[in-house]
Design a protein around this ligand. Structure first.
Ligand SMILES: Cc1cc2nc3c(=O)[nH]c(=O)nc-3n(C[C@H](O)[C@H](O)[C@H](O)COP(=O)(O)OP(=O)(O)OC[C@H]3O[C@@H](n4cnc5c(N)ncnc54)[C@H](O)[C@@H]3O)c2cc1C
Length: 504
């Protein structure tokens, strides 16, 4: 282990929750760590909705790496009890409401245009929407409290490796021109640094999904349930209040996420189909205004709130899909969200990142000499990470293909819910799991691939009849049957699922 300053076992770039938790866990494994952040906390960050799987992994990291205070953040109740000052929101499940252009939202007694999937039994046990500015800043305060070296407003300008040692030149207010380490972790959340330091290129090649996003944080947006009540839409069948969930408005051109925090702030964004050529020459405000003009309820909600001071503007992304051509090299690796991203649908990002932390901390703590064995494990890490991205991609692509046909969207999305519950159950039973979402399960892969082909055949038809949609739904129901412990697609449930919480 290294002893003198400016010399570390591991340098990590990027102090989002991924970089910070990795630094803390590796530190508690006895490694010397230096964390470098380009910006300064608290800072705005997107990507806020946790899931049951994310919470299971958070608890496991807390126990395994002796970070007891981390445990409380895995449920809304314990979070509120121990850290009410760190803003978050209740997330009871995933809710979807299908809107049609030019029309106010409407539905029927069978909840044809709604889908509510409960993920927790009550508010206390609930998942959370993380206000990342607060949560990430708190984690960094812990990094400092554990005496882990932390530099903010600092960037690595160049990296050189010789004799199994890195020499990083850095630029920041710390007056430290260079630091040394045996290993490097890129947790910067994009492929830019990996390209600069290691010439590892990031691209959208090979993705089925093609989407982009416009988003911000808003204050005092009215509650969706209030609007439903005003429009005489009954809500008594709902397993929970959809404002206390990851609320999705499904549109023909894409979808909206609305993630509420308990300080009257809401993370709100459009994720739109990048294959829709009409968006290509439009400016951010034009797209925003077009979506508002097309969907009256969306307009009503947005006009009643105001932009939050942070970030204080609407941000537009380019194509969201990206993947680095490699996940590691001599003396370095990249964390999952740095390696790649598909789309915010299904909120896979936090769980996927935490699963990566689990894998990486174990690998590096067991191989702190960073020798040949680590190289073999990194090859496997790359394979796993790429396979997981591929599975997330196809699950999300199927959703974009069905946004105009809500029954198909509903049926297809049950593949995600089935396999995430399966993965969750395996973890709760302490069964071995290697790939996020069972991406290594041949049966899962076969069902997803075959059903995707059937879906594309169907959506290529000029018209899709009610009979076609029923047949597709029945087919999905039959295919997921061996894994379906939550009664998904049971016609009696009428799209309201109370009991998806993993059953043991
Ligand atoms: C539009 C959108 C919506 C999303 N919604 C969800 C969701 O609802 N649920 C979910 O689970 N996931 C979501 N995600 C994914 C989620 O954002 C990521 O999983 C999460 O941000 C990963 O955290 P991170 O710490 O790895 O990276 P980041 O949060 O990106 O943090 C990276 C950090 O690195 C710093 N940095 C950047 N460059 C450098 C550099 N050169 N040197 C040093 N530091 C640097 C940055 O300032 C930042 O602090 C969403 C993503 C997008 C794009």
């Amino acid at each position: 282990m290294s002893t003198h300053s400016n010399q570390y076992d591991i340098v990590i770039a990027g102090s989002g929750f991924t970089g910070a938790i990795t630094a803390l866990a590796l530190h508690n494994c006895g490694l010397t760590v230096c964390l470098i952040e380009k910006g300064k906390h608290p800072r705005f960050a997107i990507g806020e909705s946790s899931t049951p799987v994310a919470d299971i992994i958070l608890r496991s990291l807390s126990v395994q790496y002796d970070l007891p205070w981390l445990y409380d953040f895995s449920r809304y109740g314990s979070w509120q009890q121990s850290h009410p000052e760190i803003v978050c929101g209740i997330k009871r499940g995933f809710s979807y409401f299908k809107h049609h252009p030019g029309k106010q939202f409407s539905t029927d007694a069978g909840h044809t245009n709604e889908l509510l999937v409960a993920a927790s039994a009550d508010d206390i046990m609930s998942d959370t929407n993380w206000l990342r500015a607060d949560f990430d800043a708190f984690l960094v305060s812990k990094v400092k409290a554990y005496n882990i070296e932390y530099f903010d407003c600092t960037e690595i300008t160049s990296a050189r490796r010789s004799n199994r040692q890195w020499l990083f030149n850095i630029n920041g207010p710390g007056n430290i021109p260079s630091i040394h380490s045996s290993f490097f972790i890129d947790a910067t959340g994009s492929g830019i640094l990996a390209d600069k330091l290691f010439a590892a290129k990031s691209s959208a090649a090979g993705f089925l999904t093609n989407s982009f996003a416009l988003f911000s944080h808003f204050d005092h947006l009215p509650r969706w349930t209030t609007l439903l009540e005003q429009n005489n839409i009954p809500t008594q069948d709902y397993p929970y209040d959809p404002d206390d969930s990851a609320l999705h408005h499904v549109l023909d051109e894409g979808w909206v996420w609305a993630l509420r925090f308990n300080n009257n702030r809401t993370s709100w964004g459009f994720a739109l189909n990048g294959n829709d050529a009409s968006f290509q020459k439009m400016k951010t405000t034009e797209i925003w205004d077009r979506m508002r003009a097309t969907y009256p309820d969306i307009d009503h909600i947005l006009k009643s709130g105001s932009l939050s001071p942070q970030p204080g503007r609407i941000i537009q992304t380019g194509r969201l899909q990206r993947k680095l051509e490699k996940c590691f090299g001599d003396g370095w690796l990249a964390m999952p969200h740095t390696i790649g991203f598909v789309d915010p649908l299904f909120s896979t990002g936090i769980a996927y990142s935490l699963a990566g932390i689990e894998r990486i901390v174990q690998m590096l703590s067991e191989n702190s000499n960073f020798d040949e064995r680590l190289f073999e494990q990194l090859k496997e890490y790359e394979h796993i990470t790429f396979e997981e991205l591929k599975l997330i991609d196809i699950l999300v692509a199927g959703c974009y293909a069905t946004m105009q046909h809500f029954q198909l969207f509903n049926a297809w999305s049950m593949l995600y819910f089935t396999f995430t519950i399966l993965y969750e159950q395996r973890r709760l039973k302490n069964q071995p799991v290697k790939y996020f979402l069972e991406a290594d399960n041949q049966e899962v892969q076969k069902i997803v691939q075959t059903t995707y082909k059937d879906l594309l055949k169907l959506t290529a038809q000029r018209t899709i009849s009610a009979k076609d949609a029923d047949q597709f739904t029945s087919m999905v129901r039959e295919r997921i049957k061996p894994f379906n412990t939550a009664g998904l697609l049971d016609p009696l449930s009428k799209n309201m699922y109370y009991h998806t919480v993993a059953a043991l």
